[in-house]
Design a protein around this ligand. Structure first.
Ligand SMILES: Cc1cc2nc3c(=O)[nH]c(=O)nc-3n(C[C@H](O)[C@H](O)[C@H](O)COP(=O)(O)OP(=O)(O)OC[C@H]3O[C@@H](n4cnc5c(N)ncnc54)[C@H](O)[C@@H]3O)c2cc1C
Ligand code: FES
Ligand code: FES
Length: 483
């Protein structure tokens, strides 16, 4: 394989190349926030939580898209490893104002933040401005719902969101900005980097990092390095988790593998590439598999969804992961691929124990296969302390097929947060099968459900709350399917 030991990206309208073998202070696990503040003295960007929760570190990434343009997305720089910047334009708050005859002209979103008094202490402001900038680049006259979604990953403790929503409404009018004027020059620079790219292999400070854009090469690297950690969006295996791992550490970054970023369908199934980021995935499946839109509306924040992938959600196998119960309800299968073999197994058989899956050391999750089922009613529910940017206390995803007399022909009741892994309530399902879908039956089913799981008490809730809430979700499902 032909490797390169360096990465290149655009910063301040120029190509920056980093050769890790020559940079003493940088390693593949240096995060982008650290790099910008300590090594590029870009102090506009702030650190709050360091784990994706506050948005103070928000930057915007520009990437070549399939239509020969640039797509822009807001991301948390504290979660990104520096080599993940390869081939991208990295935009910080310092880049927004345009220089005209040696004068700085504020970007329309910056001016709107001033005009609407959207800042007090100012700590959150650079992150807020970057989220507004990504909104500006993606929407003309966005609805309130879209604006709220764009700001859902940015916490402000003093100003309140009303002026910021006004700032978004006042500024996102589809007008040209300096990024639009420099677009062709930026596209040329991005092409220059990407056309020359070989597989990246960096070794520095006891960390070995690989990144390829090609699936077969990635599988070969995986075969040769069975002890390596896979990394996709990096929102779960974040910098901190990675740096706590024993050295030497090997990382195979699959976030650049284009062959696993797809969504297709045939007569029987939908096929979702494991590397598709959740925001892209949401936009592609909104009308085709609406249950994903429902759950992704209350999943993390836009910055998280712009990085996180469906493969990472399944690979992490968290008992409170939001997509796994939905995939249970959809009867999804996982396609696992190694350099020599393909295996397709049911999601229920793939999740083995707490955060453990059936993956082999030479495999990656290539895609998720979802059978089409027009007649079934499928719904999902998430209970958390906050609506946005909060992990589940518990969640439920249910699938039912009723006959014409309202008798249950088929039922799946999948729960997250009720056990050490996502689990189906098999006893309750067995009770409900062939029974009439009516309130009396549901009341009895709720009693069975209450004793079917042994949830734990933790910071989010006690076990009794979880038991009662699980029963209430079943009642809610019944009432919504009985309308
Ligand atoms: C602030 C914040 C909010 C969050 N909110 C939510 C939420 O609301 N709901 C929720 O469910 N999760 C949430 N998460 C957790 C996380 O974002 C998701 O689980 C996400 O889908 C992980 O995807 P990723 O691509 O970032 O995975 P990564 O972090 O890259 O990887 C996660 C795991 O999957 C493995 N993996 C990745 N790709 C593959 C592959 N192709 N094949 C095999 N294994 C693979 C990795 O080795 C690792 O073990 C949140 C995280 C943060 C930081
Ligand atoms: S520092 Fe809080 S999200 Fe990055
Ligand atoms: S202006 Fe102070 S935190 Fe937002």
């Amino acid at each position: 394989m032909n490797y390169q030991p360096n990465i290149s990206f655009i910063l301040d309208d120029k190509i920056v190349t980093i050769d890790f073998s020559k940079e003493k202070n940088l390693k593949p696990t240096t995060n982008v926030l650290e790099y910008l503040r300590l090594f590029r003295t870009k102090k506009g960007i702030k650190e709050g939580c360091g784990q994706g929760d506050c948005g103070a570190c928000t930057i915007v990434l520009g990437e070549l898209d399939k239509e020969n343009g640039i797509s822009y997305k807001s991301v948390n720089s504290c979660l990104l490893l520096l080599p993940m910047m390869h081939g991208k334009q990295l935009i910080t708050v310092e880049n927004l104002a345009a220089k005209v005859n040696n004068n700085l002209i504020l970007h329309p979103v910056q001016q709107a933040v001033i005009d609407t008094n959207s800042s007090q202490c100012g700590y959150c402001t650079p992150g807020m401005v970057m989220s507004l900038f990504a909104l500006f680049k993606n929407y003309k006259n966005p609805s309130r719902e879209i604006i709220e979604d764009a700001l859902s990953g940015n916490l402000c403790r003093c100003t309140g969101y009303q002026p910021l929503i006004k700032a978004a409404q006042n500024s996102c009018k589809g007008q040209k900005d300096s990024f639009e004027e420099n677009k062709s020059q930026t596209i040329n620079l991005l092409k220059e980097i990407n056309q020359k790219t070989k597989t990246i292999s960096i070794y520095a400070e006891d960390v070995q990092y690989f990144r390829s854009t090609n699936l077969s090469e990635t599988l070969q690297i995986r075969k040769e390095n069975p002890d390596a950690i896979l990394l996709s969006g990096g929102t779960d295996s974040s910098y901190k988790n990675i740096s706590e791992k024993l050295k030497p550490l090997k990382i195979i970054d699959v976030s650049g593998v284009e062959d696993i970023q797809y969504f297709t369908e045939d007569e029987n199934n939908f096929y979702i590439g494991s590397g598709l980021n959740l925001e892209k995935f949401r936009s592609l499946t909104t009308f085709k598999i609406p249950i994903f839109d429902d759950i992704l509306k209350v999943f993390g924040s836009l910055q998280i969804k712009n990085l996180a992938t469906i493969g990472g959600n399944i690979g992490g196998a968290s008992p409170i992961g939001d997509l796994i119960p939905v995939l249970f309800a959809l009867k999804a299968k996982i396609k696992l691929q190694s350099s020599s073999k393909i295996r397709i197994i049911k999601i229920e058989n793939f999740i083995k124990s707490y955060r453990k899956t059936d993956i082999k050391t030479d495999e990656i999750i290539e895609s998720v296969i979802i059978p089409k089922s027009d007649k079934n009613i499928i719904k999902s529910y998430k209970i958390s302390k906050r609506k946005n940017l909060d992990i589940s206390t518990l969640s439920g995803a249910f699938n039912i097929l009723l006959d014409e007399r309202l008798f249950v022909k088929e039922i799946i009741l999948a729960f997250g947060g009720m056990a050490e892994i996502t689990k189906r309530a098999h006893k309750t399902e067995d009770f409900l099968l062939k029974k009439r879908w009516e309130r009396n039956t549901i009341n009895k089913a709720v009693e069975i459900l209450k004793n079917e799981f042994k949830p734990i008490s933790d910071a989010r809730s006690d076990k009794e709350f979880r038991r009662i809430a699980a029963g209430n979700l079943l009642i809610k499902f019944w009432s919504e399917t009985n309308e």
